[in-house]
Design a protein around this ligand. Sequence first.
Ligand SMILES: [Fe+2]
Length: 429
Amino acid sequence: MARISTPPPQSFDLGRVFFWIIVTLTAAALPVYLPGGLRATITTAPLLAAVFDPGLSNPFGACWVAFVGTFELRDLRGEPKWYGTFFNKAEMVLSTFAAWLVWAATDALVRKDDPFSIVAQIVAVGGTFAIANNGLSLVVTSVRTSTPLSRIWAVSISKIAIGLVSQVPLGWLMAEVADKVGQWAAILFMVPLLLARYSFSKYAETRDLFYGTVSALSQAVDAKDGFTRGHADRVSRIAGAIARELGVSEREIEQIELAGLLHDIGKIGVEDRILMKPSRLEPDEQELMRRHPIYGASILEPSAALRPLVPIVLHHHENFDGSGYPEGLKGAEIPLGSRILLVADTYEAMTSDRIYRKAPGHDKAIEQLHKYRGTQFDPKIVRALEACIQRRGQTSFEVSDLPPINYETLAELRRRLARDPVVRDAHAG
Ligand SMILES: [Fe+2]
């Protein structure tokens, strides 16, 4: 900044620099928080407009717009810490400077009467800005939230890519209109920018709503099943970690994680006297219990968003050697997600405490998985789980973001009532 500002260029138009700073400040005041911890803003368009504006004596003007225009209220409140703000500013100024370098390098080649060369310049300048700006944010968010880059890409950037890319031509148009028609007219471009922002926020909102509903359903099943809170959540995390270890695509990992949350949803259709029975199930009761994957599949089937989980949930009790249920599939016939869930479910069940017993623990769980690999479990998946635990440690799947349970689960209540039945109040009916 010092290098491009001392001495300041003589020909710059201070009013114009202020104009773009105000437009950028307005855009920066409206960030959207996306899944994966990324923040999306609509500052790309005004910053590129500053790069394309010939009246700013660039790179001087554009870099100052990037520095001052991207201040937000949270910076003044001291969140993030000063080094976070410093990094954000450096990122903005550097990506704007990089975009200007490309503009300066290509400007001599652009012929004003050749639309092709103008579009090529817009693509080169916008592409440089987008890659420098989003690339740095992506890496920092990934380190800060310990989320793999591929995941942030899949759940955030790929879903709002059109909104992000559309800001590039808008930036050029804003500069052209400000130059040829007047600055007031450039403000009209805030309307499509706000539309892009609206699409970001709608995506984030819809995803939150979807995950909130799935999580509520999964906790309802945990409560009915007598598990302590967070069983399905842990199964989901373990299954996701195994899937990632196996190099499965992000889309499939997400489906496996969702299936982990909802794998036992079919237990809603199993009678409580069977589900809660403290002793061994009779053969006919076992038969009814074994229907829960089928009930689960039919509960999920009508929802378009949950339909891809149907095969995973339907086969989550199939054994590797074909001795499982409901269809007795074997080996690779069983969906990969189902094979992963069986291992994750077994490991989770043996490493977390239950209302009625302490956890057998990690060593016993691994012993069990080894004993039945090749018969019940896919050996490849057992190996992947072991590799995961070796790298991340045994406590890596602990649920930390769920508040402790503060209500009596249905299973606890039933057990208590069985021990000391409530004396019925004659008036209560
Ligand atoms: Fe199950």
